[in-house]
Design a protein around this ligand. Structure first.
Ligand code: NAD
Ligand code: ISE
Length: 340
């Protein structure tokens, strides 16, 4: 069976996902797209796909079996609720939504629908290096994880579009999610320290040092730098009772010249996580074809949203901001055989 997909939002990542769904992956075809900039959607879709005037019309179209949401974060809630109301599987780019109340509305609607329909775009969980790191921690040979050091550096961010709150409510959500997943733990509190400001972009508060307090007592430190100039650099190291496990350096050609010996660094997330996005969609296509969703859930989107909210509060208060979650609904409990 070939899954017929409609895409909402045909900006940077929408176009990249259309490319992988048309040129890289099988069992799927793009049949529709929409964007508030209609011309952008028209330029992005393959021949034969229909461009709709609104997300609602695309979601309700009989020719669309499943939806990929790549619009801006504040638009996600309405689009997700419409997908759930239509009973259609939906892949939604992060952040799932931008407030706790919106996250709870998505969770309630999905529970009322009776099955999982939402997958959130936390692609790091599909990256082979992160999967190997998790396997080592789960294997238990290093003992319990005590600290996780997460480094999240962007060479630059889009001027004008990327605002001062976004290091915490747009970028940090990846580190929050991967910390929960790697350590099999929940975040219970957040602190933020503001180092000396980088002069790379005077309009943004950058960088940030974030401390995530986990339920087990483990602590995660996250460096968020979004104007580091030299490249897109993602690092992670888990300190355990009996040893340390870290992400490897990515394989890259070794260049030797008059400047010394060096290896290239990815320019941005498209290059660094290219295989992870491919795998994320392979698994999404399989689940969506069966009428459901697996992978990062609305519960994970909710947890990341709470972390972002707490981080923004922590900047204002200068102290530790606590997080309290609702009881985890049964829909989001992972069967023991799959949790390992
Ligand atoms: P972008 O600005 O390049 O593209 C967003 C597109 O959505 C634009 O074309 C815009 O016109 C359209 N749009 C916005 N609101 C809309 C609405 N209500 N209805 C229809 N179209 C709408 O942004 P981007 O970089 O492509 O990011 C899009 C989303 O993907 C964001 O949520 C972002 O956080 C996420 N993202 C995720 C990753 C990742 O690594 N997983 C990387 C980049 C972006
Ligand atoms: C972007 O939206 C992403 O999700 C990237 O993965 C992240 O590194 C970047 O900071 C975000 O702006």
């Amino acid at each position: 069976m070939t899954l017929s997909v409609g895409v909402i939002g045909t900006g940077m990542i929408g176009r990249d996902h259309i490319r992988r769904l048309t040129q890289v992956l099988s069992g799927v075809k793009i049949v529709a797209a929409t964007d508030i900039d209609r011309g952008r959607a028209e330029a992005a879709v393959p021949d034969g796909a229909e461009v709709f005037d609104t997300p609602r019309a695309l979601i309700q179209s009989d020719k669309v079996q499943a939806i990929v949401i790549c619009s801006w974060g504040p638009a996600h809630e309405e689009q997700l609720l419409a997908c759930i109301a239509a009973g259609k599987p939906v892949f939604c780019e992060k952040p799932m939504v931008t407030s706790e109340a919106a996250a709870l509305r998505v969770i309630e609607a999905e529970i009322a629908s009776g099955r999982r329909l939402v997958q959130v775009g936390f692609m790091r969980r599909f990256d082979a290096d992160y999967r190997r790191l998790k396997a080592v921690i789960n294997g238990g040979t290093l003992g319990a994880p005590l600290m996780y050091h997460s480094v999240h550096r962007n060479a630059s961010v889009p001027a004008g579009l990327y605002t001062s709150e976004m290091p915490l409510n747009d970028t940090l959500v990846h580190d929050a999610d991967i910390s929960r997943w790697l350590l099999s733990d929940e975040i219970t509190g957040v602190e933020v320290r503001l180092p000396r400001r980088s002069r790379q972009n005077e309009e943004l508060r950058d960088p940030h040092l974030v401390l995530l307090h986990m339920g087990s007592g483990a602590i995660v430190d996250v460096e968020i730098s979004v104007n580091i100039a030299y490249g897109y650099d993602i690092r992670g190291e888990v300190s355990c009772e009996l040893g340390v496990a870290a992400l490897p350096n990515r394989p890259a050609t070794v260049i030797s010249d008059a400047h010394g010996i060096r290896q290239a660094i990815p320019e941005d997330w498209r290059e660094r996580f290219i295989e992870a996005y491919d795998q994320e969609f392979r698994e999404w296509i399989a689940a969506a074809a069966a009428g459901t969703a697996t992978g990062p859930s609305a519960w994970d989107g909710y947890a990341a949203t709470l972390t972002a909210d707490a981080a923004l509060r922590a900047v204002a208060s200068g102290g530790l901001e606590r997080i309290s979650m609702i009881e985890k609904p049964r829909l989001y409990e992972i069967p023991a055989v799959l949790a390992a």
